[in-house]
Design a protein around this ligand. Structure first.
Ligand code: ASP
Ligand code: MG
Length: 458
C-alpha cells in the first residue's frame, strides 16, 4: 500500500478560505490513502500560550478574556464554512471549548501551590490542534472527501518531559501501524484520509504532551516512518526551502533539492522551514520530503532526499533573532577548566537552555541562547554562586552555510560583531547594533527587556 503523508501548518488553515484551499489540494494531489497531519489554526498556539500565561498568573478575568478571543476566532471560521447551523461540528467544537474552560476553572479553584508550568502548558496549549483537526475533518466530509479523525494521543506515546516530550518509538510505531494500516486496508485504491493532530501526544498515564513548538512536521515524520511511507509533503506559505527569509532578502531563491545532511544542518541552525527533529526519521527510512507551497501547489518546491554529492550553488542565510549572549567567568579569576564546563553544561541541561553558539577563553565561557526570560533567570540564579555572569540581549545570530566573502560582508555591514565562529562550511556571527543604530536596538528589544541595559553584570 502506498501511503502519502501531508502536513499543513497553521498558516494553511488560518481562515475559512485557507481550509477550503486545503480541501482543493487534497482533491487534486491525492490518489490513494493519505495521512493528513495538521497544526493549530493561524496563530492559535501563541494565543493559547497567552491563555496559559494568564492562568499561571491566576488572573481569572484576563484568562477568560484571552480564552474568549480564541473561541471567537474559531467560531467565526466555522460560521463561514458551515451554512447549516445545525451541523454537529458546532456542538463538537463547543464541547471542546467547554472542556478547556472547565480545566482552567478547576485549576483556579483547586490549585493552591505553584502549578507545574510545563505540564499545564501541554494540557492547555494542545487544544489548538484538537479544535483545528475537528473543524478540518468535518469540512472535508462536507466536501465529499472520506476522512476519519484520529486522536493522535492514542497513537503517539511519549515520556513525561512536558513541552519537549520524547517519543516512545517502539510503542508509537506499533500503534500507528496497527491502527492506520488497518483503517486503510479496505480502501487501498481510493482517496481516503486519516486526519490527525500534529504537535501533541500523550504520556503513559494518558496526559497530553507536546513535542516542542513547530512540532507538527515532526509528527508527520513519525507517521511517515511508522507507515514505511515513500514520501511526505509539508505544505507551506513559501515556495519551498529558500536560501534566506524572503521578508529579509528580496533576492532569496528557492532551493530545488537538498540532501538530508544539509537539511538537518539548516534545521539545527534555526531555519524555521523544517523542524529540527523531522529529518532523522525521514533519512533513516529514506523517505523523500517535499516542501511545497499551498498557495502555488503546482510548483515543484524543494525535494529533500539522499543525495551524495549535493552541489552548493548559493550561500544559505539563517537568522535567529532575540538572542542573548551570556558570558560566564569563575568568580575567583581561575581558568575555565573541564570541571567548570561540565558543571555549566549540567546546569544548562537542568534549566533546559539550548546553546545556539558557544566560545571559550581562558577565564570566560560565552554562550548565545534564545531569550526565554523564565529559563534564563533560572540559569543565572543557578550559576550565580560560583560565576559572574554578564549578558547582552536584543542580538541577532546569523548563520551562513557555504559562506563567501560577499555574503559575510552583506550580513555584518554596519553591525557590531560580538562573536564569530567559522568552520569550513559554516560561519556564525552574533550581531549587536552600533551606537548609530541605537533606535533599532530599542525597537528590536521586546517589552520584557525594555528596562534592562546592555551588558549588565549580575
Ligand atoms: N501549533 C504548533 C506551533 O505553532 C505546532 C506546529 O505548528 O507545528 O508551534
Ligand atoms: Mg506552525
Amino acid at each position: 500500500m502506498h501511503i502519502q503523508i501531508f502536513k499543513f501548518g497553521g498558516a494553511a488553515i488560518n481562515s475559512a478560505a485557507g481550509i477550503k484551499n486545503v480541501a482543493e489540494i487534497l482533491k487534486k494531489f491525492t490518489g490513494g490513502p493519505v495521512v493528513v497531519v495538521i497544526s493549530a489554526m493561524g496563530k492559535t498556539t501563541n494565543a493559547l500560550e497567552d491563555v496559559l500565561e494568564k492562568y499561571i498568573q491566576k488572573d481569572p478575568i484576563a484568562v477568560i478574556e484571552s480564552f474568549q478571543k480564541v473561541r471567537d476566532y474559531h467560531f467565526a471560521i466555522l460560521d463561514v464554512l458551515f451554512a447549516d447551523k445545525n451541523h454537529p461540528v458546532f456542538g463538537e467544537i463547543d464541547s471542546l471549548f467547554n472542556q478547556l474552560r472547565g480545566y482552567i476553572r478547576r485549576g483556579h479553584l483547586y490549585c493552591t501551590n505553584q502549578p507545574d508550568r510545563d505540564f499545564e502548558y501541554d494540557q492547555i496549549v494542545s487544544f489548538g490542534e484538537l479544535f483545528s483537526s475537528a473543524i478540518v475533518h468535518h469540512y472535508l466530509v462536507l466536501q465529499g472527501i472520506s476522512s476519519h479523525l484520529f486522536d493522535v494521543r492514542e497513537l503517539i506515546k511519549t515520556n513525561t518531559t512536558y513541552r519537549d516530550a520524547r517519543v516512545d518509538w517502539g510503542l508509537t510505531q506499533q500503534l500507528i501501524s496497527k491502527t492506520i494500516t488497518g483503517y486503510f486496508q479496505d480502501f487501498a485504491e481510493q482517496r481516503i484520509i486519516a486526519l490527525t493532530q500534529g504537535f501533541i501526544g500523550s504520556d503513559p498515564d494518558g496526559n497530553t504532551t507536546t513535542l516542542g513548538r513547530e512540532g507538527s512536521d515532526f509528527s508527520a515524520a513519525i507517521f511517515a516512518f511508522s507507515l514505511h511511507a515513500k514520501e511526505m509533503t509539508i505544505w507551506k506559505d513559501v515556495p519551498g526551502v529558500m536560501n534566506a527569509d524572503p521578508k529579509l532578502m528580496t533576492d532569496a531563491v528557492c532551493l530545488e533539492t537538498l540532501s538530508y545532511r544539509e537539511a538537518i544542518e539548516l534545521a539545527y541552525y534555526g531555519a524555521s522551514v523544517i523542524h529540527p527533529k523531522t529529518i532523522k526519521p525521514l533519512e533513516n527510512a529514506s523517505i523523500v520530503l517535499h516542501v511545497k507551497s499551498f498557495l502555488n501547489p503546482d510548483l515543484s518546491g524543494t525535494t529533500v532526499e539522499n543525495i551524495k554529492e549535493w552541489k552548493i550553488l548559493t550561500p544559505i542565510y539563517i537568522l535567529k533573532q532575540n538572542q542573548v549572549l551570556i558570558s560566564i567567568s569563575p568568580r575567583d579569576f581561575s581558568f575555565i577548566l573541564e570541571e567548570n564546563l561540565s558543571e555549566i553544561f549540567r546546569i544548562l541541561a537542568l534549566c533546559r537552555v539550548k546553546v545556539n553558539v558557544m566560545q571559550n577563553s581562558a577565564i570566560s565561557f560565552s554562550i548565545c541562547v534564545d531569550n526565554d526570560p523564565h529559563k534564563i533567570n533560572s540559569l543565572i540564579s543557578h550559576l550565580q554562586h560560583d560565576y559572574e555572569t554578564r549578558y547582552n540581549q536584543g542580538l541577532d545570530l546569523f548563520t551562513i552555510r557555504h559562506y563567501t566573502n560577499d555574503a559575510v560582508a552583506r550580513i555584518i555591514e554596519g553591525r557590531n560583531v560580538l562573536m564569530e565562529l567559522r568552520s569550513r562550511n559554516t560561519l556564525q556571527v552574533v550581531l549587536g547594533f552600533n551606537a548609530g543604530n541605537a533606535l533599532n536596538a530599542l525597537n528590536a528589544n521586546n517589552a520584557d527587556n525594555a528596562g534592562n541595559s546592555d551588558n549588565a553584570v549580575i
